[in-house]
Design a protein. Structure first.
Length: 476
């Protein structure tokens, strides 16, 4: 299967309220031979305030933010076309499952596009940083790493690339970071060919579930407190091994004496689950977990000091005990429901509601026709959507792309809503004009002390840019 190695740069650290401003990717075959590539930049959407630090990290100038050829909406349309053309593939980035994937899903959702493009069948997804950490946990000689003050290896892309002889001077631009990710992964495949295909076997949810339902003992790789660890685990009974709410696999850590657990009540199990070290391990089936053969954890501490027959006995007790597995799932359900009840009741904005309510198939089927229509027709086609969130997103896109087609009262209403958001004096979930000015002042002090004239000049330009937005929206 082909690999798509991709990366984004964004206007903010918030996946809900920020925007992708640059995206790049490389299509390679299974031997890392390049087949295609792209790199796109889009303008910041109208009425959004960027985070100064995000722009400094990805070296985006105000000119790039405001004057490139593609609007934000056009850029996402191009990305969708390319990703469809490159499918089927395994989509990979660096730390992409926690950030880039979330960002593109939410961006597509807000732009009336199908959000799960990188992992819906026939596509699969994995994460380069998880593969690198697992390869290193199996054999620390596989990659040269910097060691931080806590004596842990550093897996930041720029650092890892530099340590392994790749030029990382242009890190934090989208296409360049995708290239560095490709180089690191190619190196891992070359040095550790026997694990490469095993790592990729968990690139989708159903494949992952098949693995842990079938195996009696597995090695699960997890990353905690700066360390990549190998855990020897026994998945629960195949009928009862998936979390009833979150749909994640469940396995027991075989360092633990399982016999006392088998006859515990549900409440006793709930108490036991809070203790450390944890006896229960979660296999995040939809997030490309690393599951490898049992032999790898058997060779590492503390399992290498245990009697292999005791390990097998414990695994058998776990795998074959239906009642115990059922009790675990009941306990997990109750914990999840208690957590849900204690959740904050504050309003959820449409931008952060992608997982609270899925878009209907009927509405999703209308997406292509909506994008193909003229701007004037786009407005009338919004009436066909059942989901009010999509109607709101559609109006905002038209306001940003073709404001002249909006009736005057609708135009004013959207502009007023944007003004209320970006001029807010309260602590909001998104960046506001006051937040940005505060951030600029703080960074100005820092860069004055460091005598960094280049960054100080950028902050002045950003300050002027945000002031121009403020002026535009102040008298709405």
């Amino acid at each position: 299967m082909n690999l798509v190695i991709w990366d984004i740069e964004s206007s903010s650290a918030s996946t809900d309220f920020g925007s992708i401003i640059e995206i790049g990717g490389i299509l390679v075959d299974e031997n890392f031979n390049e087949k295609d590539r792209f790199n796109l930049r889009g303008r910041l959407p109208e009425g959004e305030i960027p985070q100064a630090m995000a722009l400094i990290v990805n070296k985006t100038s105000i000119k790039q933010l405001t004057q490139v050829n593609l609007s934000h909406y056009q850029m996402l349309g191009e990305v969708e076309k390319i990703f469809k053309k490159w499918s089927p593939a395994i989509f990979l980035g660096w730390s992409n499952i926690g950030f880039d994937d979330e960002m593109i899903r939410k961006e597509f959702f807000k732009n009336i596009r199908y959000p799960y493009i990188t992992n819906a069948s026939p596509n699969k997804r994995h994460d380069g940083i998880n593969i690198a950490r697992a390869a290193y946990a199996i054999d620390p000689n596989i990659l040269q790493t910097e060691i931080n003050e806590k004596n842990n290896p550093v897996f930041k892309l720029e650092s890892l690339s530099r340590m392994n002889g790749f030029d990382s001077s242009d890190a934090h631009s989208a296409f360049f970071d995708a290239t560095l990710t490709m180089k690191i992964l190619k190196l891992i495949k070359k040095k550790q060919p026997h694990t490469w295909n095993t790592f990729l076997k968990t690139s989708n949810k159903s494949d992952t579930e098949t693995i842990f339902k079938k195996e009696n003992i597995i090695t699960l790789n997890e990353y905690f407190y700066g360390k990549s660890r190998l855990y020897l685990c026994a998945p629960l009974h195949p009928k009862y091994c998936i979390h009833p709410i979150y749909q994640w696999g469940q396995a027991v850590d075989l360092r633990v004496d399982v016999e006392p657990l088998l006859n515990m009540s549900i409440n006793e199990l709930k108490v036991e689950m809070k203790k450390t070290p944890k006896f229960l391990r979660t296999i995040r089936s939809n997030k490309a977990p690393i599951i490898i053969e049992a032999e790898y954890a058997m060779k590492s501490e503390p399992y290498n000091a245990m009697d292999p027959n005791l390990i097998k006995k414990r695994a058998k007790l776990v795998k074959e005990n239906e009642k115990f597995s059922q009790n675990i799932l009941t306990a997990l359900r109750e914990i999840a429901e208690e957590k849900e009840q204690s959740k904050s009741q504050e309003d959820i904005y449409a931008e952060e509601s992608i997982y609270t309510k899925f878009t209907s198939n009927k509405d999703t089927a209308l997406f292509p026709a909506w994008h193909a229509a003229s701007w004037k027709d786009k407005l009338s086609l919004l009436d066909k959507f059942d989901d009010e969130r999509l109607v709101g997103f559609g109006k905002k896109i038209i306001f940003q792309e073709a404001p002249e087609v909006l009736p005057k009262d609708m135009f004013k209403s959207i502009k007023r809503e944007l003004a209320k958001r970006i001029l807010s004096e309260r602590h909001e979930k998104w960046w506001t004009v006051p937040t940005c000015f505060n951030e600029i002042d703080t960074l100005r002090d820092k860069y004055t002390n460091e005598n960094d004239q280049e960054k100080l000049k950028f902050l002045d330009e950003l300050n002027d840019f945000v002031m121009s937005i403020q002026k535009k929206y102040e008298n709405v």
